[in-house]
Design a protein. Structure first.
Length: 346
C-alpha cells in the first residue's frame, strides 16, 4: 500500500518545513558574513590553504574555522581540495574578495556587521513603537552614526552600489533624459546614477549634489571617465536647499530614508529650485498592490528598522507629491526592481 504521506520529488515541502526553512536564513547569512569579516577569499587568492594555516592570521580556533570553511564549500563559496583539509576559492567566492565588482564583501560587512546586526536585533522594538531599531541599539540616527565612523561610512557607500548597482543603467535606458539641459542629482552620493545618465545621453549636463565630504572626490572620477566638461559637483544639505534652475531633479533612494515631514522638506526645496516646466524624477522601489512578492517589501522593513523611512505604493507617492506641491504624471518601470516616479509642479 502506498504511503499516504509520501511526497513527489518535485512537490514543494510541506508548509511547516517551508516556514522553518525561512527561519534558517540567518544561519547562512552569518556564515557568509564571517567569511567576509575574516577576508577568507582574499587569503585564498594565492592558492589552497587549510584552516590550521589560516587560524593565527584570522584570530580563530582552527577546528571551528575548518567547520565554517566546510560549510562555505557546501554553499559553493569555496572548493574542498582532495586532502579534505585545504580549501580553494570557488568562482562564487571570487565575488567576495575586497573591492570586487559589485562590492559584495563591503555590502555584507554592513548588513551583517554591528550596524545591520545591531539594528535588526531591535526588530521587535521597531514593530512595537514605529521607531527605528537602530536608534534603540546605538542611541543615534543611522546617518549620524555613519558620519562618526569613517570605515563604516566607506563600506556603506559601497554597499549602496552593491544593493542598487544594476539600477543606474536600467534607469538611463528606460527613461529619456536626452531633452534636458541640466540634470541635478540630489543626494547622488558617488554619482553612480549620474554617470550612467550622462554616458547614455550625450546632450545634458549634470550637477551632483550631496554633503561636501561625500562629493569631494567626484570631480576626479568624472574627469577619469571623460565627463568633466559636462559635470560639476556642489556640496550642501538637501534639508537646506538644492541647486536651482535644473531641468530635471533626480532623487534616487533618498525619499525612502526619511519620515514624511523630512520628505516634504526635501521635496519643498526641490520645488522652490525647479524651473516651472522641470521634472521631478524619484527613483525608488514602487510597491505593487496585493500579495506579489517584491524586493521593496523587504527593503520597506529595513527602512523601518534602520533610518526610519519607508517604501511606498504608486498611490502613496501620489499623495506625498500632492502635499509637496507636485502632480504625479507617471511611473516608469525599468528592467531592475526600481521605477522612476515622475512629477511636475502643480
Amino acid at each position: 500500500m502506498a504511503n499516504p504521506e509520501a511526497r513527489h520529488p518535485d512537490a514543494p515541502p510541506p508548509p511547516h518545513v517551508q516556514i522553518i526553512q525561512m527561519g534558517f536564513g540567518y544561519w547562512v547569512s552569518r556564515a557568509i558574513y564571517a567569511a567576509a569579516k575574516l577576508a577568507l577569499p582574499d587569503r585564498l587568492v594565492a592558492g589552497p590553504r587549510s584552516a590550521a594555516d589560516l587560524a593565527n592570521e584570522t584570530g580563530t580556533h582552527a577546528p571551528a574555522l575548518h567547520r565554517l570553511m566546510r560549510l562555505l564549500a557546501g554553499l559553493g563559496v569555496l572548493n574542498t581540495e582532495r586532502d579534505g583539509q585545504r580549501f580553494s576559492l570557488a568562482p562564487l567566492g571570487e565575488a567576495l574578495k575586497s573591492n570586487a565588482h559589485g562590492y559584495a564583501r563591503e555590502t555584507l560587512l554592513v548588513l551583517g556587521g554591528p550596524m545591520g546586526w545591531g539594528a535588526f536585533g531591535e526588530y521587535m522594538h521597531a514593530l512595537e513603537t514605529g521607531k527605528t531599531g537602530f536608534e534603540k541599539a546605538f542611541g543615534m540616527p543611522v546617518f549620524d552614526y555613519i558620519a562618526k565612523h569613517p570605515e563604516d561610512a566607506a563600506n556603506f557607500t559601497k554597499a549602496m552600489i552593491g544593493v542598487h548597482g544594476d539600477e543606474p543603467p536600467a534607469i538611463a535606458e528606460a527613461y529619456d533624459f536626452s531633452g534636458f539641459g541640466t540634470i541635478v542629482d540630489v543626494g547622488g552620493a558617488s554619482g553612480n546614477m549620474l554617470v550612467e545618465i550622462l554616458r547614455r545621453h550625450p546632450g545634458p549636463r549634470g550637477v551632483l549634489f550631496d554633503l561636501p565630504h561625500v562629493v569631494r572626490d567626484a570631480p576626479e572620477r568624472f574627469r577619469a571617465l571623460g565627463l568633466a566638461d559636462r559635470f560639476r559637483a556642489e556640496g550642501g544639505s538637501f534639508f537646506d536647499s538644492v541647486p536651482a534652475f535644473g531641468d530635471a531633479y533626480v532623487i534616487s533612494h533618498v525619499i525612502h530614508d526619511w519620515n514624511e515631514e523630512q520628505c516634504l522638506t526635501i521635496l519643498g526645496n526641490c520645488h522652490r529650485a525647479m524651473k516651472p516646466d522641470a521634472k521631478l524624477l524619484i527613483v525608488e522601489f514602487v510597491l505593487p498592490a496585493g500579495d506579489e512578492m517584491h524586493p521593496g517589501k523587504l527593503l520597506d522593513l529595513t527602512m523601518l528598522v534602520m533610518p526610519g523611512g519607508q517604501e511606498r505604493t504608486e498611490a502613496e507617492y501620489g499623495a506625498l507629491l500632492d502635499r509637496a506641491g507636485f502632480r504625479l504624471t507617471r511611473v516608469v518601470p525599468t528592467r531592475s526592481a526600481a521605477s522612476v516616479v515622475e512629477g511636475v509642479k502643480k
